[in-house]
Design a protein around this ligand. Structure first.
Ligand code: NI
Length: 287
């Protein structure tokens, strides 16, 4: 059973991230990669809301395999060593980079758009689980070490280059930070603080790159405003800051779709309100 070593937790506190962390076996990861690609093909074929929700932000409400994955004993063990015994899952997201793709992600902080409050030691983090090898060549994620210490930076909304998806870009002087490329074997993962600045590159290889992200929270975390939901995956929630989600009984069936759609609608309404506020406050500029 993998448990985080003390030096890995210290590394997380120091840099805002830690990797590689051993989580799944290579054969578990290979099976999951096939499951994820089949899931995406099924969602595309069926279209509508299933296609819209296929990649996230709550795949664990749409399919039983994702609901099982977030409760995988190795991942719970990792999450417990970071956050303690009581654990919520707030989000799950599939990241696929096709060969010769044109998507990269600009430097950004997840905390900009998550709008979650926590006190003291980080009570939330993201697991980014490799289901294929991740390399510099296939556009793996990269971190700017130590950038989690300076709070939320100003982000610029820049138009995508040549149709590339870049998203909001954190204002950052790259020369001031050491850049770490997240090179992982299938089944290994990285963990990151929601404040650390990160991005990803283009896939310049012949192979599809697949990763699965899970946001674990301690129940002491609260939405900064409005109502939101999360899935209790271990222990108990004595705080009650989130509406607790029910797991799906089937894969992509009408009931799962309703559970997922309702939860995503709640989250989006809240985050849209937060975005309006950011625009007013100047935390997001257009340039
Ligand atoms: Ni991100």
């Amino acid at each position: 059973m993998p448990v985080l070593a003390q030096r890995q937790i210290e590394g997380f506190d120091e840099n805002g991230f830690v990797f590689p962390v051993e989580a799944l076996t290579e054969s578990e990861a290979a099976g999951l990669r096939d499951t994820v690609l089949q899931h995406l093909a099924d969602c595309r074929r069926r279209g509508g809301a299933r296609a819209a929700l296929a990649f996230g932000p709550k795949v664990h409400l749409l399919t039983q395999w994702a609901h099982r994955l977030v409760r995988h004993p190795a991942l719970l063990e990792i999450a417990q060593s970071m956050l303690g015994p009581d654990l919520l899952v707030w989000g799950t997201q599939i990241f696929v980079k096709e060969p010769g793709g044109t998507t990269d992600l600009a430097w950004h902080q997840d905390a900009l758009t998550y709008d979650l409050d926590s006190e003291g030691r980080p009570a939330a983090f993201r697991v980014w689980l490799a289901l294929t090898p991740t390399t510099v060549e296939n556009g793996t994620m990269r971190f700017a070490a130590g950038t989690h210490r300076d709070g939320i930076r100003t982000h610029r909304r820049t138009p995508g280059l040549k149709g590339m998806l870049r998203g909001d870009e954190a204002v950052l002087d790259e020369s001031e930070f050491v850049r770490h490329d997240v090179v992982l074997r299938p089944g290994q993962c990285s963990l990151h603080n929601m404040l650390v600045v990160h991005g990803s590159g283009l896939n310049r290889t012949e192979d599809t790159r697949v990763a699965f992200a899970i946001d674990y929270l301690a129940p002491s975390v609260r939405p900064s405003r409005g109502q939101d939901s999360a899935l209790l995956v271990q222990g108990e929630d004595t705080h009650g800051h989130f509406v607790l989600e029910r797991g799906p009984q089937g894969d992509l069936d009408d009931e799962a779709l309703a559970l997922c759609s309702d939860a995503v609608r709640l989250r989006m309404a809240r985050l849209q309100a937060a975005e309006e506020e950011r625009k007013k406050s100047g935390a997001l500029t257009h340039g």
